[in-house]
Design a protein around this ligand. Structure first.
Ligand SMILES: Cc1cc2nc3c(=O)[nH]c(=O)nc-3n(C[C@H](O)[C@H](O)[C@H](O)COP(=O)(O)OP(=O)(O)OC[C@H]3O[C@@H](n4cnc5c(N)ncnc54)[C@H](O)[C@@H]3O)c2cc1C
Length: 457
C-alpha cells in the first residue's frame, strides 16, 4: 500500500484510515463498496498506478464517479478508484464538442456548453456522472430527437487492465471503442471522453400532474398521443407517490399522482406547445409546461439530489395496450402504492436507428422503457422486493426481454447483464473482454465475463 501511495497524487485509504468512509460514499446508500483500498485518483496517471497495482496482485478493481448507481456487485475487498477529483470540461464551440473528465457531473457540462449556445445529451438528473451515464448508453432528455448519448462519443481515454492508457476512436482500436460505448465498466477505467454537443439553448418542457384517480384516463390518452408524436417530442408518464415533505410544493405534496414529463427542442417555434394540447385537455392539477433554458432542464423531472437508498428495476417493452396499463394500475394504482415511482419512458425516434459509428448499446427496437423505483427510507425492503417482482411479472407479456444497463439495479442486476445487449453483440463483448481483461480484473460491476478470446485486439 505504501508504495502505491508514493506513486499517486490523490489519497490512498484503507478501512482504518480517516477519510475512508467519505471517499467511498456515493449518492446511492443502499449498497456501499467496502474495498481494501480506495484510491482517490487525481488524474489518469493515478488511475494507471491503481490499476497496475491491483492487476499485479490479482485484486479486482471497481470505479465510482458520483455513486448514483446501486452497484450490481458492491466491492468487498479489492481496489476502488474514485474519480470525483477528475472533474473538468473543455468546450470547443467551433467543433461543437466537449472533452469531459471521468468525475464530471452533467450539470458542469451543461453549464459550460450553454456558454457556447450548445447542450450535451444529458438525462433527467443533472448531478449524475456524465462519463458512466454515457458508457451505459445514456437515455437523454432529448434522445428520441438525437439518439443515445453513447451514439455521440468521438473518443475515449481508457486505462485497461494492463495499466496502459489508450486513446480510442472509430479509427484507433475500433473494437475497444465499440465495446466501451455500452459495455461501460467492463473494459477499463475511462479517464475522459470527447462528445458531440447539440445546437440547443432552450426547450419546451415541464410536467403535467394529475390525481391518481385519473390514472386510467391519463395513461390511455398518453399512449394514444405518444403513438402519433414526431421524434422532436420526448416524454414519459409515471405514477408517483410523492412524500409529504416541505420540499414538494402544494398541491401535489403527499399525493399519489400521475406525471407526464415533456421535453421538446426541435420542430420550430410553437411545436411543443401545439403537440401537448391534447394532454393539457385532460385537465391537470399542476402544469409547469413552458419554454425554459436547457440549463434549467433538471426541473422537468426534479430528481432527488440528496443521497438516498433506492431499490429499482427496469424492463424494455414493445407496443403496449389497455391490458398492459390495467396490469400496471392494478399493482401501482390508487390502492397499491408500494413502489414510489412506476414509469414509462417513450423510446423510438432516433433511439431506434443504428448510430453513425456502431456501438454495443442494445435493444433499439424497444418502444418503452419501464422503470420501478422505491425509496428504502419510505418502505421496508421486505415489502418492496415482492411488490417489484409482481410488477415485472405482470408486465412480462409486453416485455421485449431486454433491459437498459443504466437503470439495471437492484437485487437481480448481476444476473441480468446479458439482457442489455443483442445476442451477437453480447458474444462479441465476451470475446473482447477476453482480449482486454482476460483475468476479469473489472468484475465488481454489471459483469461481462471473458469469453473464448477469438478476437485479437
Ligand atoms: C436519480 C437518477 C436519475 C437517472 N436518470 C438517468 C437518465 O435520465 N438516463 C440515463 O441513461 N441514466 C439515468 N440514471 C442512471 C445513471 O446514468 C447511471 O446510474 C450512471 O451509471 C450513474 O453514473 P455515476 O457516475 O453517477 O454513478 P457511479 O455509481 O459512480 O457509477 C456507475 C457505474 O459506472 C461505472 N463507472 C463509473 N465511472 C466510470 C469510469 N470512469 N469508467 C468506467 N466505468 C465507470 C462504475 O463501475 C459504476 O458501477 C439515473 C440515475 C439516478 C439515480
Amino acid at each position: 500500500m505504501n508504495r502505491l501511495a508514493d506513486r499517486v497524487t490523490g489519497p490512498v485509504l484503507a478501512p482504518r484510515d480517516e477519510g475512508y468512509d467519505e471517499e467511498r460514499a456515493g449518492w446511492q446508500t443502499a449498497r456501499r463498496h467496502r474495498p481494501d483500498l480506495v484510491v482517490g485518483a487525481a488524474g489518469p496517471a493515478d488511475v494507471q498506478a491503481a490499476v497496475a497495482y491491483a492487476s499485479g496482485r490479482g485484486l479486482p478493481v471497481a470505479v465510482q464517479g458520483t455513486g448514483h448507481a446501486s452497484a450490481a456487485v458492491a466491492a468487498e475487498g479489492g481496489v476502488l478508484i474514485t474519480t470525483a477529483r477528475m472533474s473538468a470540461v473543455r468546450v470547443d464551440a467551433d467543433a461543437g464538442t466537449a472533452w469531459v473528465s471521468a468525475g464530471t457531473r452533467w450539470d458542469q457540462v451543461v453549464h459550460r456548453a450553454a456558454q457556447a449556445g450548445l447542450a450535451p445529451l444529458s438525462g433527467s438528473a443533472p448531478r449524475v456522472g456524465a462519463v458512466s451515464y454515457t458508457l451505459g448508453g445514456g437515455l437523454a432528455l432529448l434522445s428520441r430527437t438525437f439518439g443515445y448519448s453513447a451514439d455521440h462519443v468521438r473518443g475515449l481515454d481508457v486505462v485497461t487492465a494492463d495499466g496502459r492508457l489508450r486513446h480510442v476512436t472509430r479509427d484507433r482500436e475500433p473494437d475497444l471503442f465499440w465495446a466501451l460505448r455500452g459495455g461501460r465498466d467492463n473494459f477499463g477505467v475511462v479517464t475522459g471522453m470527447e462528445i458531440d454537443l447539440m445546437p440547443v439553448t432552450t426547450l419546451y418542457g415541464g410536467a403535467l400532474v394529475f390525481p391518481v384517480e385519473k390514472a386510467a384516463e391519463v395513461f390511455g390518452a398518453y399512449l394514444q398521443w405518444a403513438a402519433t408524436v414526431p421524434e422532436a417530442m420526448n416524454s414519459s408518464v409515471a405514477l408517483i407517490s410523492l412524500p409529504d415533505v416541505p420540499a414538494i410544493p402544494e398541491p401535489v405534496r403527499g399525493r399519489h399522482t400521475v406525471h407526464i414529463r415533456v421535453a421538446c427542442a426541435a420542430g420550430g417555434p410553437g411545436t411543443g406547445e401545439r403537440l401537448v394540447a391534447p394532454l393539457r385537455a385532460i385537465g391537470p392539477m399542476s402544469d409547469t409546461l413552458g419554454e425554459l433554458a436547457y440549463a434549467e432542464a433538471g426541473s422537468i423531472y426534479n430528481d432527488p439530489v440528496a443521497p438516498g437508498a433506492v431499490e429499482s428495476g427496469t424492463a424494455m417493452l414493445g407496443e403496449i395496450d389497455a391490458a398492459a396499463v390495467q396490469a400496471v394500475l392494478d399493482l401501482a394504482g390508487p390502492h397499491a402504492p408500494v413502489p414510489h415511482v412506476v414509469e414509462l419512458r417513450h423510446l423510438g425516434g432516433r433511439l431506434a436507428h443504428p448510430p453513425a459509428v456502431g456501438n454495443a448499446v442494445g435493444n433499439r427496437d424497444a418502444r418503452y422503457l419501464f422503470n420501478v423505483v422505491s425509496r428504502l427510507e419510505r418502505a421496508d425492503i421486505a415489502r418492496i422486493r415482492p411488490a417489484h417482482a409482481r410488477m415485472f411479472e405482470a408486465i412480462t407479456p409486453w416485455s421485449t426481454g431486454g433491459r437498459f444497463l443504466n437503470f439495471m439495479n437492484g437485487e437481480n442486476a448481476a444476473t441480468q447483464v446479458r439482457s442489455a445487449y443483442d445476442a451477437a453483440d453480447y458474444r462479441r463483448l465476451t470475446d473482447l473482454k477476453a482480449v482486454y481483461d482476460p483475468e476479469n480484473t473489472f468484475r465488481l460491476n454489471h459483469n461481462i465475463p471473458p469469453g473464448r478470446g477469438l478476437i485479437r485486439g
